[in-house]
Design a protein around this ligand. Structure first.
Ligand code: NAD
Ligand code: 6OD
Length: 481
């Protein structure tokens, strides 16, 4: 697996090994970009701004991005295989979520960038004259795109597509755990006719590796990052030194509120999805569930039964409901939280351990989906992001208490509310400290809407016109008429 710089794949003196989350076995070597490779990638991106890409109009760029979407769809099964190989996720999820969203991101941002007007104001001057103000959108320049491993292609293209649609060039650093779909995307870019240097890819780790070399690089104009809040904080310090614009999509400790008036079947099924999709490795996953007391016992029992019944298949099995965690290190973290929850006094309603398969998957990074109860809001279990297939359920009595419990967190990314009371649904939207509030659904995305988190969950918003605001500079032109 190689780096992609200025339109060519390049090797590296140093490599690292990518292993399978399903079996733990070594899969392939990845070329780790050194500082020189990152320099070359940033230089190529800068040069491409001055080339044909920089001279294209937004409609022409949009046409190129639609070709990228077409080419991604032509390589659909290759990309599915790449995502499964790197993450162990299920073929069903890769085919219905990860890869279609990759293509959808390019189409959506091609449309948005090519059709969003800028503002214009006429000013009446003191002498009765007129001046016309209008805003011109310009690319920011070279954008560093640093993304995590949980939804590799989806999260990468969610940033690359708007960045390119706005006329920027990018240097991408995927997670060390998931180099494959980003490498395939480089092939797709070349095949779709994206000019050399517009999309560059460097593989490696964070500190003292490609990630840090990129964020510290003086030739980078803006940094868009998705990952842990602690990493965001470290990158923020570096970005401040270089006075670079940042967009941060960070961690979450998301609450789900189930009211007694909810459709309980929908709430149980929705909570199975929101807590266990992708092995709980989605920043939007619900790790804290609060359930109104009259339905608490029934809900808890049904959720625990559903969690215990989720199928452990191979990734190729369409019915697979559980996937492995991404790495040994991440599994140690999640199992550490399972132990901690017990030490804190939790009752384990489902899971809490490691499944035994009697086949090669015993060498992989699986854990059981886990449902906990019995802990207070100040426990570490209810405050720290675990990022695994686990949720804690606690009862509440009334709406005010539910909203207060949901808001009692250092994080503010997403919340999910299950209710049939329309008024309550709207009150929740206003009251909850979260960038996204879903009512009677979860992870339903419209790419024109704002996406991002409050508090430790992020800085800024992307999505729709908000992405344009990050990936462009606005110049106001004031003309005395
Ligand atoms: P991470 O922060 O460890 O790594 C993310 C990326 O940053 C990787 O590519 C990594 O190599 C790189 N990186 C790490 N340290 C760096 C440094 N000092 N300088 C530059 N780059 C550095 O996160 P992860 O473990 O890959 O992903 C899981 C986390 O991501 C969870 O906290 C999850 O909530 C969060 N996440 C948030 C969103 C969102 O939209 N808010 C989406 C997905 C994941
Ligand atoms: O759907 C998206 O656009 C998005 N950014 C999802 C993030 C998921 C986090 O793991």
């Amino acid at each position: 697996m190689r780096n992609f710089v200025g339109g060519a794949f390049t090797g590296s003196a140093k490599t690292f090994t990518k292993s399978s989350p399903v079996t733990g076995e070594a899969l392939f070597e990845v070329a780790e970009a050194d500082a020189g490779t990152v320099d070359a990638a940033v230089d190529a991106a800068r040069a491409a701004l001055r080339g044909p890409w920089g001279r294209m109009g937004e409609q022409q760029r949009a046409a190129v991005l639609r070709r990228v979407a077409d080419e991604l769809e032509r390589r659909f099964e290759d990309v599915v295989a790449a995502e499964i190989g790197d993450t162990g996720k299920s073929v069903t999820q890769a085919r219905t979520l990860d890869v279609p969203r990759g293509a959808a991101n390019f189409r959506a941002f091609a449309d948005i960038a090519a059709s969003t007007p800028t503002e214009s104001f006429t000013t009446v001057t003191a002498d009765g004259g007129r001046a016309l103000n209008y805003a011109v959108r310009k690319p920011v320049g070279v954008v560093a795109v640093i993304v995590p491993w949980n939804l590799p292609l989806l999260l990468l293209t969610w940033k690359v597509a708007p960045a390119l649609a706005c006329g920027n060039t990018v240097v991408v650093k995927p997670s060390e755990e998931t180099p494959s779909s980003a490498t395939l995307l480089a092939e797709v870019m070349a095949a779709a006719g994206v000019p050399d240097g517009v999309f560059n890819l460097v593989h490696g780790f964070g500190p003292d590796s490609a990630g840090e070399f990129l964020t510290r690089h003086p030739g980078v104009d803006a940094i868009t990052f998705t990952g842990e809040s602690a990493t965001g904080s470290a990158i923020g310090k570096v970005a401040a030194d270089g006075v670079k614009a940042v967009s941060f999509e960070l961690g979450g400790k998301n609450a789900g509120l189930v009211f007694a008036d909810a459709d309980l079947d929908a709430a149980v099924e929705g909570s199975v999805r929101s807590s266990f999709t992708n092995g709980g490795q989605v920043c939007l996953c619900t790790e804290r569930l609060y359930v109104q007391r009259p339905v608490f016992e029934e809900f808890a029992q049904r959720l625990a039964e559903r969690a215990g019944g989720l199928a452990f298949g191979w990734p190729s099995d369409e019915a697979t409901g559980n996937i492995p965690l991404i790495s040994r290190q991440h599994r140690e973290k999640v199992l550490g939280h399972y132990r901690l929850a017990r030490e804190e006094g939790a009752t384990v309603l489902a899971g809490g351990g490691v499944p035994v398969f009697g086949d090669a998957r015993d060498g992989g990074w699986y854990v059981q989906p886990t449902v906990l109860t019995g802990l207070g809001p100040q426990t570490r279990t209810n405050r720290e992001e675990i990022f695994g297939p686990v949720c804690h359920i606690a009862p509440f009595d009334d709406e005010d208490e539910a909203f207060a419990l949901a808001n009692d967190s250092e994080y503010g990314l997403a919340a999910t509310v299950w209710t049939r009371d329309v008024g309550r649904a709207h009150r929740a939207g206003a009251a909850l400290d979260a960038g996204l509030v879903w009512v009677n659904t979860w992870f339903l995305r419209d790419l024109r809407t704002p996406f991002g988190g409050m508090k430790a969950s992020g800085v800024g918003r992307e999505g729709g016109v908000h992405s344009l605001d990050f990936y462009t500079e606005l110049t106001n032109v004031c003309v005395q008429l």
